[in-house]
Write a protein that binds this ligand. Structure first.
Ligand SMILES: NC(=O)c1ccc[n+]([C@@H]2O[C@H](COP(=O)([O-])OP(=O)(O)OC[C@H]3O[C@@H](n4cnc5c(N)ncnc54)[C@H](O)[C@@H]3O)[C@@H](O)[C@H]2O)c1
Ligand SMILES: O=P(O)(O)OC[C@H](O)CO
Length: 337
């Protein structure tokens, strides 16, 4: 049983990394009980007894109404689960709950390497009866945990009926979801912006200036639009919180793990040095190669994404990669041309 008798949670969070823990804290901010699943036994004990998560979200004092557990089967009894394991582990962990039939809100941002599947496709295959939604937007975990305001896209595969169920379960005074029915668009914005944030970090690490960063955000958004529209996303979703909003956030701050990975590459660290020794996930490094493959299959030009692949594979130094991007033939600005 999760929680004290009479205080059983109606909502659970799967994954107690920085984002899962911050979401649990946000959901508990009005005193409601929240169940939080972690893989690590020791982390469960620390959260329950010391009210903190020093491994993934240091500095936050966690609400008393959060109860951590390693028992996935108990989580399956809850009607709403926010799924926050990193993108590459969604299928593996969700396969532990194949019969889950509640609302499954996907919060990871990435594309599955190997299969090229977006998160909702992975979820449909692993738990076919679940009602999938995607929550994505400009959300640094430490800010959300501290109660600072933000807004997100909540894209519901079950349309407005599902939104009517989920909005009150997820919204809090400083956490404002906006409805969308465009699941693919919400997923693509979050996955692509992580890759572009690595590129922006490289620009920062090389000291190329703020003009270059703004130019990269704009040309990166053109790549996101080209890819997204070809995959069936709606333009308004890509221009919204989960697309452009999150792109601007993640490309502007070393608080982003993806940006800081790129910054390290720009400062001259090798890809293996920059990637090793992290216990936090920079999703863009795993999404970039599979995204580049998907784009190639669809004959969509994504030169910035290709450049990030070259960098995370350690195939060329950052300065050379930037030089070859700048030497590309001049062309019209049209994002979709
Ligand atoms: N941190 C943020 O600010 C933030 C905000 C929005 C979205 N996200 C997204 O949320 C997702 C999770 O990121 P995070 O920041 O919470 O993670 P994190 O980097 O803080 O922690 C890593 C997580 O991966 C888990 N993990 C490691 N190996 C695993 C395995 N084999 N199987 C299952 N889980 C494993 C760890 O238990 C931990 O929960 C990512 O897709 C990220 O893009 C993060
Ligand atoms: O730290 P990052 O780069 O994983 O970004 C975190 C969130 O996705 C920002 O919205």
């Amino acid at each position: 049983m999760i929680g004290a008798p009479g205080t059983a949670p109606a909502i659970g969070v799967i994954g107690a990394g920085a984002w899962g823990t911050a979401l649990a804290q946000m959901l508990a901010s009005d005193g409601r009980p929240v169940a939080l699943w972690a893989r690590e036994e020791s982390l469960v004990a620390t959260i329950n007894h010391e009210r903190r998560n020093p491994t993934y979200l240091p500095g936050a004092e966690l609400a008393e109404t959060i109860t951590a557990t390693t028992d996935l089967a108990t989580m399956a009894t809850l009607p709403v689960l926010l799924w926050v394991t990193p993108a590459q582990f969604l299928g593996q962990v969700l396969s532990g709950l194949p019969d889950y039939a509640g609302d499954l809100v996907l919060c990871a941002k990435g594309i599955e390497a190997g299969s090229g599947r977006l998160m909702a496709e992975v979820a449909h295959a692993a738990a076919p009866a679940a009602h999938v939604a995607v929550l994505s937007g400009p959300t640094f975990a430490h800010e959300v945990a501290a109660g600072l305001p933000t807004a997100v896209t909540l894209a519901c595969s079950g349309g407005e009926t599902q939104w009517q169920r989920l909005a009150p379960a997820v919204a809090r005074p400083t956490f404002r979801p906006y409805y969308s029915a465009d699941v693919i668009g919400a997923e693509i914005g979050g996955a692509v912006k992580n890759v572009l944030a690595i590129a922006c970090g490289v620009v920062d690490g090389l000291g190329l200036g703020q003009n270059a960063r703004a130019a990269l955000i704009s040309r990166g958004f053109a790549e996101m639009q080209r890819f997204g529209l070809a995959m069936g996303a709606q333009a308004e979703t890509l221009a919204g919180l989960s697309g452009l909003g999150d792109l601007v956030l993640t490309c502007s701050s070393a608080s982003s793990r993806n940006f800081s990975l790129g910054k390290a590459l720009g400062e001259g660290q090798s890809a293996s040095e920059a990637l090793s020794g992290r216990n936090t996930v920079a999703e863009g490094a795993y999404t970039a190669p599979v995204l580049a493959d998907l784009a190639r299959q669809k004959e969509i030009a994504m030169p910035l994404v290709d450049a990030v692949v070259t960098l995370v594979r350690g195939q060329a130094p950052a300065r050379d990669v930037v030089a070859s991007l700048l030497a590309r033939p001049l062309r019209a600005e049209r994002p979709l041309g």
